[in-house]
Unconditional design. Structure first.
Length: 145
């Protein structure tokens, strides 16, 4: 048994969920997290007047649609700046599976979440010593099926 922990962009939750469902993954837990890695909590985005710093980037620039307020002309200036946000909101997903399912799941997670940009995320595969289904008391692989 293994636990797969993946940290992904928040806007990738639905595509990730769809990809996992398409390969038959049933049990997934998603958790809201904040953090930083090699990206160091920065994004490249329009910031013509320096107004977006530390407002958690107007919720990460409206979930990376890079602001969707057509009535506000100040967001139409195509100036790219690096905006330091400190910590970025991400999603962490956790899946416990049989060992033989790991490569398929890791491949699906990698394919659906890879944009080639900093901040795409990380996947960790950890050993799992046991699982217990509370309702029946089943242990190990039986608790997963």
């Amino acid at each position: 048994m293994k636990e797969i922990i993946a940290i992904i962009r928040t806007e990738q939750v639905e595509p990730t969920k769809g990809a996992l469902e398409s390969i038959g993954v049933k049990g997934v837990t998603f958790v809201n997290v904040i953090g930083r890695g090699r990206q160091r909590g920065t994004i490249h985005a329009p910031d013509p007047e320096g107004t977006l710093r530390r407002e958690v980037g107007v919720y990460i620039m409206q979930q990376r649609g890079i602001i969707c307020d057509a009535d506000d002309p100040k967001y139409h200036v195509p100036v790219q700046k690096e905006i330091e946000l400190g910590f970025l909101p991400k999603k962490m997903l956790m899946i416990v599976v049989n060992d033989d399912e790991v490569p398929l799941i890791v491949d699906a997670l990698t394919q659906i979440n890879r944009s080639g940009q900093k901040g795409d995320g990380k996947i960790f595969v950890c050993p799992m010593t046991d699982a217990v289904r509370i309702r029946t008391g089943e242990h190990g692989d039986k608790a997963l099926s």
